[in-house]
Design a protein around this ligand. Sequence first.
Ligand code: NAD
Length: 365
Amino acid sequence: MLTANETKIASGPLSQMSQFDHEQVVFCNDNATGLRSIIAIHNTTLGPALGGTRMWAYASENDALTDVLRLSRGMTYKAAVTGLNLGGGKAVIIGDARKDKNEAMMRRFGKFVDSLGGKYITAEDVGINTKDMEYVHMETKHVSGIPPALGGSGDPSPVTARGVYMGMKAAAKEMWGNDSLNGKKVAVQGVGHVGSVLVDFLVKEGAKVWICDIYEDRLAAVKNTNPSVEIVNGDQLFELDMDIYAPCALGATVNDDTLSRLKCAIICGAANNQLADENVHGKIVMEKGIIYAPDYVVNAGGLINVYSEVVGFGRDYALSLADKIYDNTAAVFAMARAEKMPTYMAANRMAEQRIAAMANLRTRR
Ligand code: NAD
């Protein structure tokens, strides 16, 4: 039986790291600038750990640690399944992005990133913008997602939308034996940077598209470009008689409530963490006969875009890699079918298999 002190150690940072086999976690503090940050490196088997920096007013240090460990692990899986030579990493800065951020803090953070010598490459995430990345870039070259004027790859959303569209076509092929979306009824939730470009692809292919968003101006802009789309409000969305639900706004929209109402054959969209609980809702979706295109497989275009900056290739090649998301998604479906497992589980397994195969390769001459 553990003593009180040993129990404390068992739930400490090292134990949390060992739960999902994280390689390294760096705690960064600078009283002068107010920087309090955690950089997590999950796995570098495939390459340097790449992942954005999130600034958030976490309720506790432990919440920040839990988040950065979870997010960095997710990056390992996304890079691996997409076939990129990148590992998984992530950073969090504890604080309110609207009040607490300043140039000195971001540059100090850049110095910490630099001290890792390229093992971790940072990028933008929630609460961090391109200007912040410019400051980070003043102190380290291990940063992606810098402004195009400084040699950056620019807005990733068109590449992400292209990948989601390709994943959707692969899902259509799996469901109907034909990847055409012509005449298919698709509901797109959230028409921001990614959703609006996805709508362009869908309308061009002849799909019947419903859109919803919390901002009237977003809806009006999309309706203006694509007059055939129909606007619905958020509550109505899950009552529609649709073929495909495309979540492009928030996470966790595939949950007990929506699954009791959703009438669709396919779920495929850009949002991260669409399944409220992977183990529960991934299984329910399978039992209902719905094909779920795993979010991190189909929305990898954003990562492909920052990877283009690291490796040094242009937008055309990035888009051609996004097209390969079709084959990746199809491979996930094939494994799920063969092994009778939920698609999210098949995606995880594919990522793990690639990491294991490449780890094995590294020991060979
Ligand atoms: P965005 O902020 O530009 O667009 C999101 C849209 O969703 C906004 O227009 C917002 O008003 C709308 N929205 C918010 N809450 C809503 C609700 N309850 N109902 C309907 N609409 C709502 O973001 P984005 O860059 O288009 O990204 C969309 C999603 O895809 C996010 O979850 C993001 O994390 C994920 N993602 C984006 C990229 C990328 O390259 N931008 C890459 C990978 C994943």
